[in-house]
Design a protein around this ligand. Structure first.
Ligand SMILES: [Zn+2]
Length: 481
């Protein structure tokens, strides 16, 4: 017994020593940086964004018509506000409202950059309108913010790109390499008529971008309390996207004499099973790289966990699972989004359907999701059908060593004082997904600090943020390595 105590006591000491040794070796002070002041940006950009917000370029739904008058007005707004861009860059039009502008560079042997944004916005629900501090499409400028749907997602980006190009053109600037400015009009409804066609056009013309820059990451100053530094996350990979239709058909009848089980019962039971289970957790490359970047600057306990994954990995995952945002970083998510059955209060419906949307972690596929759904609901009466045209498998990730990552991170370091720049897995879906299989690098990032109201109430962007974005795009356009 005593021998056993000695041995286990000794082992425990070794264990504690290894954990501490790893933690100390792992810990380091993250470097601090001064930043350049953001100067030379005119105030008219805010007015232009305000004007852009007032044009209601809403994407209502994949199968619903768009307000083409609004999209025509937006096209006109771009032409009138940015005359030099339209004079000097060659425009190609896709599906009437999506555009590619080619800016000829001096050195045609270099691979081009693609800088993109989208002009469509999500609707504002009627019930939510009263919660806005200003009318949702007013483009009001007050308290140093520009307010309205699209202020963040993604008209600020579109306006900033065009402001940057217009300013540089007014100084007779010509970029080193070709730059393509790409603007989609249906990003919020999967980009099938816009960026998907644009990406196919790039492929069929054998244009292989060195870098694609799109929305998706930003600068955050308060979500990472432990780090106590601004954190800029550069999206280097994106989750995949797949949607399934679940359908059950079963004889209905009069609601006065229901059978033991109706179509609605069967479907809702299946959905509730799906919600009780998650696909297995996994730490993907971008998430691991994020840990590697920010981990050394975190608290002692966090550093201990990151430095000893052999012991603390499952604990780290459980921590991440507590919050829906971080949970989505380590799981392929599966959630019902539409449910339909029934037409009359006294009739039991014959058909019940549900739409289930999934965002797939890199390393898994839509086939894995389908297996998971079928196995979990375990009911042959329910047909599970994939919506093919919306399916996008998870992307390959952009390496930190790539030209694209290196260029963008060096610009961000120069712009935001003491910022920590980290790779990141984009949880949503952006238009840039159509470029991931052939571009050398895709980076999702906008230099907005602490976005407000994105897809929600009181969406707004700081006047300073807009200036920083223009400054950022100018730096990218002037990059000549
Ligand atoms: Zn967007």
């Amino acid at each position: 017994m005593r021998y056993f105590l000695y041995v286990s006591g000794g082992l425990l000491l070794v264990l504690v020593f290894v954990i501490l040794f790893n933690t100390v070796r792992y810990s380091k002070e993250l470097p601090k940086h001064a930043a350049q002041p953001i100067t030379g940006i005119s105030d008219s950009a805010a007015l232009h964004l305000s004007e852009a917000i007032q044009i209601k370029t809403v994407s209502y739904g994949e199968s619903l018509p768009i307000d083409s008058a609004a999209f025509h007005a937006f096209r006109r707004f771009m032409e009138v506000t940015y005359p030099l861009v339209h004079q000097h860059l060659e425009r190609t039009i896709f599906s009437e409202f999506s555009f590619v502008y080619k800016w000829q560079g001096r050195n045609a042997s270099l691979k081009p950059y693609v800088i993109m944004a989208h002009m469509d916005v999500v609707p504002v629900e009627e019930a939510a309108e009263k919660n806005w501090s200003v009318p949702s499409f007013s483009g009001t400028i007050k308290d140093n913010y520009i307010w309205g749907r699209g202020a963040v997602d993604d008209k600020s980006s579109l306006v900033a790109i065009l402001e940057a190009a217009e300013q540089l053109l007014s100084q007779n600037y010509q970029p080193e390499r070709n730059i393509y400015l790409c603007f989609g009009h249906d990003e919020e409804i999967a980009g099938l008529r816009g960026m998907k066609l644009i990406a196919e056009w790039f492929k069929s013309n054998n244009i292989q971008p060195e870098m694609v820059l799109d929305e998706g990451g930003e600068v955050n100053t308060h979500n990472m309390k432990e780090l106590n530094r601004p954190l800029a996350v550069l999206g280097v990979g994106e989750k995949g996207y797949v949607t399934y239709q679940l359908q059950i058909e079963k004889a209905g009848g009069h609601s006065s004499m229901p059978e033991k089980e109706t179509a609605i019962d069967i479907l809702t039971r299946a959905l509730s099973k799906l919600r009780q289970k998650q696909m297995p957790a996994r730490i993907t490359d971008p998430v691991q790289q994020m840990f590697n970047t920010i981990g050394p600057g975190m608290s002692f306990t966090s550093r201990m966990a990151f430095a000893n994954p052999w012991l603390f990995k499952s604990l780290t995952i459980r921590q991440l699972e507590k919050n829906n945002r971080t949970n989505a970083m380590v799981h392929t998510t599966v959630v019902p989004t539409i449910i339909q059955a029934g037409v009359k209060d006294n009739v039991i419906p014959t058909v019940a359907t549900a739409t289930v949307n999934s965002r797939i972690l890199p390393g898994e596929t839509s086939a894995d999701v389908e297996n998971f759904i079928k196995k979990t609901i375990n009911d042959d009466r329910i047909q599970v059908q994939r919506v093919e045209k919306l399916t996008i498998e998870p992307s390959k990730t952009t390496p930190v060593s790539s030209h694209a990552y290196q260029i963008i991170s060096s610009i961000v370091y120069k712009m935001v004082p003491d910022v920590v720049v980290s790779p990141y897995l984009v949880i949503g879906a952006t238009d840039s997904r159509y470029f991931r299989d052939f571009a050398d690098g895709v980076i999702n990032f906008l230099p907005i600090i602490d976005t407000k109201g994105f897809h929600g109430v009181d969406e707004r962007v700081g006047v300073e943020d807009l200036k920083r974005m223009i400054f950022f795009y100018k730096a990218v356009m002037q990059e000549n390595k």
